[in-house]
Design a protein around this ligand. Structure first.
Ligand code: NAI
Length: 361
């Protein structure tokens, strides 16, 4: 068998990755793949350099047969780069969400795109529930007040509410969206609504008290809390824009751990500033790493709170990293041995989409 060149674009972990070997998704720890791949005679190139024509991604894409990257530090496989990739057969997302690959170009070039489906969906669902709670209960400003040495309960309580009795809606009710609704059940919310072109079964709807809403404007107008849990594709890029935000209830909370570019950066910041939104939280950004002056880092509501942004880490807990590293290896082993792949992991098969989640085609 010919040796392959496997290129992995991962995030730099620094000291933390040296001290904590379970940080598998880092440049330092290489998803645990090197000993195994090299024992099979293959070459592994690992880097975090991914931007611009002189990056390692642009340099090594030319010969690589396999590219692995994570959504946390995405190697953007644009059509231009895919055109240069003369040997590329398979792109593997170590995690979930393959929008960093130009999927239409991959279809045309018969390059497979796979992800480790399900590997971090519980991790993200937990983060969503946490974010909903911290916004609704006005947690971040309360903690900041304590660190500052201040104590003025009224300043926090004037914008703190219970999640009990609120209407929560999800845009996208797949693995993560559904798990969010499941996890909200003990909170005695008033109602759960969802918007997804794939309807849940009646039993699944009943189990999480969910009602489907056909039109996304109708959905947001009914919700106290909206959470975004759909992939980024042509139909969802900029979906939450200035026009849709006008249909939100005044003072609603919005949580997006799906992809930053699903929400219009400036429209969200303006809606928070004006109080149309009381809060925005999530861990995904339109560009990653986010520039230092990205407005989402510091935006606030009129009362000085409402920002629950973090770096992209909800799906990369140590538990999740163990799962997506193992899943990446399984995909590689199947590929190496010509064994069939788990269908649920295939986003783009040979020349066609194998999932319905990346838009209605
Ligand atoms: P999934 O494929 O199980 O579910 C996605 C759902 O979104 C599907 O039911 C699909 O029909 C629906 N959908 C697609 N387009 C839609 C639209 N225009 N309107 C409404 N619904 C639409 O995917 P899963 O596992 O739930 O993940 C969802 C997304 O979450 C991923 O694609 C990824 O972008 C993001 N994610 C973020 C992570 C993080 O660390 N922040 C980690 C894992 C996933």
């Amino acid at each position: 068998m010919e040796p392959w060149q496997v290129l992995a674009i991962l995030y730099r972990g620094g000291e933390a990755a040296k001290q904590e070997p379970r940080l598998l998704g880092t440049v330092e720890n290489e998803l645990g793949l090197r000993p195994w791949l090299e024992s099979q005679g293959h070459e592994l190139i690992v880097s975090d350099s991914k931007e611009g024509p002189h990056s390692d991604l642009a340099k090594h894409i030319v010969d690589a047969e396999v590219v692995i990257t994570t959504p946390f530090h995405p190697g953007y496989l644009t059509r231009d780069l895919i055109d240069k990739a003369k040997n590329l057969k398979i792109c593997i997302t170590a995690g979930v969400g393959s929008d960093h690959v130009d999927l239409n170009a991959a279809v045309e070039r018969k390059i497979q795109v796979m992800e480790v489906t399900g590997s971090n969906v519980s991790s993200v669902a937990e983060h969503v529930v946490m974010s909903i709670l911290l916004l609704v209960r006005n947690f971040v400003p309360a903690h900041e007040m304590i660190e500052r040495g201040d104590w003025m309960v009224s300043q926090i309580a004037r914008n703190a509410f219970d999640l009990e009795g609120k209407v929560v809606g999800t845009i996208g009710a797949g693995r993560i969206g559904y798990r969010v609704l499941e996890r909200l059940m003990p909170f005695n919310t008033k109602e759960h609504v969802y918007h997804d072109y794939i309807a849940l079964s009646k039993d699944a709807e009943q189990a999480v008290r969910a009602r489907r809403v056909e039109d996304v404007k109708d959905l947001v107008s009914q919700c106290d809390v909206v959470t975004v849990n759909c992939p980024l594709h042509e139909g969802t890029r900029n979906l939450v824009n200035a026009d849709l935000l006008k249909h939100f209830k005044k003072g609603a909370w919005l949580v997006n751990t799906a992809r930053g570019a699903i929400c219009d950066k400036d429209a969200v910041a303006a809606a928070l500033k004006s109080g149309r939104l009381s809060g925005y939280a999530g861990d995904v950004w339109n560009v990653q790493p986010a520039p230092k002056d990205h407005v989402w880092r510091t935006m606030k509501n009129p009362l000085g709170g409402g920002n629950g942004m973090t770096p992209h880490y909800s799906g990369t807990t140590l538990d999740a990293q163990a799962r997506y590293a193992a899943g990446t290896r399984t995909i590689l082993e199947n590929y190496l041995n010509g064994k069939p792949q788990d269908l649920a992991n295939i986003i783009v098969g040979i020349g066609k989409y194998e999932t319905k989640a990346y838009g209605q085609r």
